[in-house]
Design a protein around this ligand. Sequence first.
Ligand code: FAD
Length: 471
Amino acid sequence: SPIIMWFRRDLRLGDHPALTAACENGRPVIPVFIFDELVDGLGAAPKFRFGLSVGDLARELSSRGSRLVLRKGRAIDVLTDLIRETGATEVHWSRAYDPDAKDRDTTIKAALKEAGISAVSHPGHVLFEPWTVETKTGGFYRVFTPMWKSVRNTEVSACLPEPDLIPAPNAWPDSDDLTLLNMSKDMRRGAEIVHQHCVVGQTAAADRLSEFIETRIARYSDDRDFPGVKATSGLSENLTYGEISPRQCWHAGWEAFRQGHDQAEVFLKELVWREFAYHLVFHTPHIVSRNWREEWDRFPWNTDEAHPHVVAWKQGRTGIPFVDAAMREMYVTGVMHNRSRMIVASYLTKNLMSHWKIGERWFADCLIDWDPASNAMGWQWAAGSGPDAAPYFRVFNPVTQLDKFDRDGVYQKSWIAEGYGQPSDTALSYFDAVPKHWRLSPANTYPSPLVTPEAGRARALEAYATREKVK
Ligand code: FAD
């Protein structure tokens, strides 16, 4: 009887424990992707990007004599139908750790078990399963550095090769058409502009990793904080859909380190930040929806999404060049440099005193590398409400930060058109990407600051001091 391989955020064929297990004993394998309510509920850009990745996996499978069966509906209904249609007796998938996916998978596992079907979940999306890393006193890490120290020298098993053969069934079940699933339907901005910046699929991801190791890892720690410099790997986009495994990145990073590139260690450390996020989401799932530290529930954050300050922040016209450049970069490319993410998050939650949830949701709509764990942790870190967070009173000054991290103005010029005689193509492409009703034009005068860094900082600190008194 056939085996169903349910692909989710693991859209690759190499180093794939679930796929390897499904192919192990030569029984026919039916790869399936389900467009369920969790996929449908994604923000516009991640859903669009997910669709590109699904298309790539379908092509990769076809070139190996297999197929990707696409179905739309509740995952349990789709799986039940497929089991009935094909006589499959086993379902394999790669484990997910965010609360929505975890709840769905737990229910499905129980239902399949009751129906006499074996449902097997596998590792692969993280390096270290969240229940395997413990502090000395037991329990999970709430602070990053000790976790890094504890896992740094852990033996990580070797990557698995791609299965030699993905045995095909005699007859294939029906499949929906990817274009009909219309995963780009929520993109109200120039999807084709964002598309130009996407690097899609397992082959492109592997090339990206090799290129990064060959050309940039040696200077990674020196250059990684400069948003105008291409210094980082760009792999978050691929890791989030599982086009590459964290283990492939980890071993490549270690190899570079062993070859004498000391700065590779910082790259390995960043991969562990991703692990930290997943461990937190697993052990404290409320991190994705509520203040991780409850005392922040009393903080007087603005929660009105329609507030003109919030609207200006989203549209990249706060009058603060670092913030606006970053927000525009995200709108056009679907990604934003890590330093820029910290700056815009600090500006929203501190200078504009608006709730981190507003920013977290906007990122979830705009980022092609949106990740349930890293995004939630990043926002709570920036707002001060999370574990191992930047303290609220440490407010980034976006003006001095731009002087420091964009000394020659490359980043600013890449994303701001107003006021430049010959704006850059990327800066202009922002105006092609935005919806008409935003009424933005490169001919406009660049706005003066909505809230100056000094005034915003003073107001935020005042609110923080008052909150302390309430406590
Ligand atoms: P590199 O510098 O090449 O790092 C390698 C990998 O390490 C990354 O691909 C990523 O998987 C991981 N990593 C690096 N920094 C972090 C970090 N701070 N936290 C967790 N993992 C990290 N990352 C996402 O993948 N998706 C998100 O939705 C996301 N939202 C964020 C929101 C905020 C407010 C902040 C401050 C950070 C967020 N990050 C998010 C983390 C980080 O900004 C990105 O992972 C990084 O910019 C990706 O670029 P890169 O792949 O070139 O990273």
